[in-house]
Ligand binder design. Structure first.
Ligand SMILES: *[C@@H]1O[C@H](CO)[C@@H](O)[C@H](O)[C@H]1NC(C)=O
Length: 439
């Protein structure tokens, strides 16, 4: 028998012990896809790979992945990439594998754009994002896979995107540029401890996927590189993005769910997404939702974010023709320094796939909570501009201080909600009472 006084002691003290335990534990959403050791390890060298920076290793990677998918070893297989420069074209990953980049391993995309593989457009976009028709396959691609890890000792994946950016600038692109890493229809994906450089287009694109963790990742592309978004979760759920540094030529993170009539028809929302402890800079948005959000976006938490030298800090953007909804989004504890605009929630951003979009497909924006925001060197504090036929509702700003030299005002229209402790004062459309339960 355990003496009663010990039971009593445990009952009294355990909440305190639990609290101490929790205080040492970092808040995280990353446990949903844990790191796994693989039973079997193979090296890219076993498949004829040469890491001299000149040999093209596409076939070595494809053979290695083919081997993993056909042997199907219990516990999965690690494909080890030793130190060296490994030039390669696009290749697919398969289920139950880890792509491991050793310290000093650089996986470099070839610049052979003419032989780059093409694939069908995403059904939720109806066409390539940039140009009608198909699109180039991402450098590292996974379709219908599960239990896949991309990791290592801060190894580098370099997209060598300059040739693609130049084609975009000269308007000589024939199809939409490739992403650096894309997973479609996949689940249980972990991307951690790697560095991404110079993506041709978006860096990491999980689409129609769930249970995705992206943690301890650094992403760099020049600020003048076109459309080099950092991480774009698209029609995906249960996504955790944590502890990232992102400095690119377009949005650091943008949550999407398809484009106009194609996204509405496909109807696949993005939901249950956490973005935490992300730092960086971008000439466009820090953290964005939209503008392609036609399948709907809901239940998003963004917290502990620091933005420097950025265009728009917090950006919720949609457009007439998008349809869908953006609902239950929380931003909290955001620091900004040197941004053009602190907060922008607007309904007139972005282009259309073709002329068949529905002018009556107006999006709903409802329940956007922004609290504990501190900005310095902010040129304009913010704009909240809804759509006349679909006012933005339950927009709540709480303890938002955006300081700048110019003293520009907020601009608001077609919006209802509340504001408390906001400086400079936002606008008359937002009430100052918090009797509404949502704020
Ligand atoms: C990669 O996967 C796609 C399907 O997403 C397939 O069409 C293509 O043939 C695969 N490529 C290779 C080299 O296996």
């Amino acid at each position: 028998m355990v003496p009663t006084r010990i039971i009593l002691w445990l009952v009294l003290v355990s909440p305190f012990l639990w609290h101490c335990y929790m205080a040492n534990e970092e808040v995280t959403c990353s446990r949903k896809v844990p790191m796994r050791q693989r039973r079997e390890v193979i090296s890219i060298k076993d498949f004829g790979g040469v890491g001299d920076g000149k040999t093209v290793n596409t076939w070595a990677f494809r053979k290695a992945v083919y081997r993993i998918s056909h042997m199907r070893r219990i516990g999965g297989t690690m494909l080890y990439v030793p130190p060296g420069v490994w030039l390669t074209g696009s290749f697919n990953l398969t289920s139950h594998m880890t792509l491991y980049l050793a310290k000093g391993a650089i996986l470099k995309a070839t610049q052979d754009t003419r032989n780059w593989p093409l694939m069908d457009p995403l059904p939720s976009y109806g066409r390539g994002r940039e140009l009608p028709g198909g699109r180039y396959t991402s450098l590292i691609h996974g379709n219908g896979v599960r239990d896949v890890i991309i990791t290592g000792e801060k190894g580098v994946i370099d997209g060598q995107g300059e040739v693609w950016w130049d084609m975009w600038r000269r308007r000589t692109l024939r199809y939409t540029r490739p992403n650096l890493i894309e997973f479609m229809h996949s689940s249980d994906i972990l991307i951690t401890n790697i560095v991404l450089l110079n993506s041709p287009f978006w860096n990491i694109h999980p689409v129609y996927s769930s249970n995705v963790v992206i943690k301890y990742v650094s992403i760099f592309a020049p600020h003048d590189s076109p459309n080099t978004d950092g991480i774009d979760p698209d029609s995906s759920s249960s996504v955790c993005i944590e502890d990232a540094y992102i400095s690119t030529g377009d949005d650091m993170v943008a949550i999407k769910s398809g484009w106009d009539e194609y996204g509405i028809a496909y109807g696949r929302p993005s939901y249950d997404i956490t973005i935490r402890r992300v730092r960086g800079s971008s000439p466009f948005s820090g953290i964005a939702i939209g503008s392609e959000a036609s399948g709907g976006v809901n239940n998003i938490l963004v917290e502990d974010v620091s933005l420097y030298n950025t265009g728009i800090g917090i950006h919720v953007k949609t457009n007439v023709g998008r349809g869908g909804y953006i609902r239950d989004v929380t931003f909290k504890n955001v620091y900004m320094n040197n941004v053009r605009k602190g907060i922008r929630i607007v309904g007139d951003v972005g282009d259309h796939p073709d002329e068949y979009f529905n002018r009556y497909a107006v999006p709903r924006v409802d329940g956007v909570n922004i609290k504990d925001v501190w900005g310095v060197n902010v040129q304009q504090p913010g704009a909240i501009e809804g759509i006349t036929s679909s006012r933005f509702t339950r927009i709540c700003l709480n303890n938002v201080k955006l300081w700048g030299s110019r003293n520009m005002p907020w601009t608001c229209r077609d919006v209802t909600g509340a504001a408390l402790g906001v400086q400079p004062w936002p606008c008359a459309e937002l009430t100052t009472s918090f009797s509404q339960g949502y704020c």
